[in-house]
Write a new protein. Sequence first.
Lengths: 164, 409
Amino acid sequence: MENGLSEQILKVLENNSRLTDQEIAIMLGVSEEKVHMEIADLESTHIICGYHTLIDWDKVGYEDVTAFVELRVTPQGGDGYQKLAEKIKEFSQVVTLYLMSGAYDFLVMVRGKNLKEISLFVSGKLASIEEVQSTTTHFTLTKYKELGVDFDMGRPDERMVVTP
Amino acid sequence: MKELLSQKVLQLKPSGIRKFFDVANEIPGVISLGVGEPDFATPYHIREAGIRAMQSGKTFYTANSGLCNLREEICNYTERRIGLTYNPNNEILVTVGGSEAIDIALRTMINPGDEILYIEPSFVSYLPCIVMADGIPVPIELKAENQFRLTGKQLEDVITQHSKVLILSYPNNPTGAIMEKSDLMELAEVIKKHNLLVISDEIYSELTYGREHVSIASLPGMKDRTILINGFSKNFAMTGWRLGYVFAHKEIMEQMTKVHQYVIMCAPTVSQYAAIEAMKNGEQDAAYMRESYNQRRRYLYHELNRLGLPCFEPEGAFYMFPDIREFGMSSEEFAMDLLDQEKVAVVPGNAFGESGEGFIRISYAYSIDELKEAFMRIERYLRKKREAGNDIKRNRLLAYTTKTNITKI
């Protein structure tokens, strides 16, 4: 049970990070102090890496552009990929970075003001990294779902108001 | 026109919920805590199984008692979950929801004049189904101080030579009560002593918190005298599919199947295919939903305590049944007033029988955010009521003191 608590807290927070320690404590049937300590611990060990808000910027009218860039790099040994990743993730334009199996090595999610800005970043910064052999850039058109959340307006409650 | 109709049906009262629904449905912006069904849509893999069934043209009748494969899967699931073994060939019937099972079970067992004991408050269908099957309904009034559990003594007190069937429904709608094994053992002794049959409606069996559900049929000597009802609506969020099932001794089942056969023919075929998927691969979904309900349950219970509404801590289903007698209103007046003032819909307790008077049913099949908003409104409502109540008391006190002063003079 004790072991499960941090996992339970993480699951609850993953869905709604605005819940207060007190609310989480009530929902999980433990003391507020315990929740507080557990979260502090999860934060300090960087298991909880941050609290963000999932925003559909399209609805606000922002015309930011997102692209997924596939990077092929020269084969790396030892901690080569790690070192490369450290180089790539330093760019503020890089939102997400994964090392991948398969036809290419890194998948880089890049955000910029417009196509041109991203193109310049990819050709000027990413492609010019010595180990990078080739890049393929895919621009996103519509975002439907992110991190398990539907970007649609959400389904209305279709249940009747009162039922037995 | 009315005089041409059945007296039996004419005398049935329309469901109290229906009446309240008609009003609540007309008011815009209502936050409802009045719903008796899960807020989860049916898990997608189960819906997909239904879609596949349709696409591949599974649009014919099935065997009266249901698809053979489904019956087998239900029996496997039941054995896994509550350790009871039934024969898929002659001890199970797939029905149109638990509701049909209640109806056909009663019709199969009742001879005119038989007394049918049922707990109250409880699901709205028992009483009318008993009446329609020519039984004599005998409600057993449960007490909040017993956490709405039925005791052997209470049962013993209402038994006469005409008593035939006891209807149990735990985990309970509307109270959220459960029965622990020891409670059931005590009942089983009385049931066996008086040779009663039991209809045990366990439609919320997957929704108990902190304790595993125990079926009365699993107690020694109880299986053969218990008609065990369950279904997919609550446990797998499949209300609209209308699918339930019932287990009984093969001699009872043989007769019950006749009623089902002539009235229903068979449960919807597409739903049955979807249900196979639920039985095979749905336990994780049920566990996930249970955990989620449990968080809301704790939250709601905490809120009721904070607002000072007396309520025992329910351990099953997804309802709470707080006591609102301090406000001196009937539960219907209270629910109507709350709806009117704060646009929050709850169900008046008397919709579940006279003994539910003085209580309201609050469902927590809602997201935490919805519950939060609803409770903000309820808090505001209670504060106003209590302030108004204090004013009345003060005025009475004032009137009393003035009067006594006058007499002194």
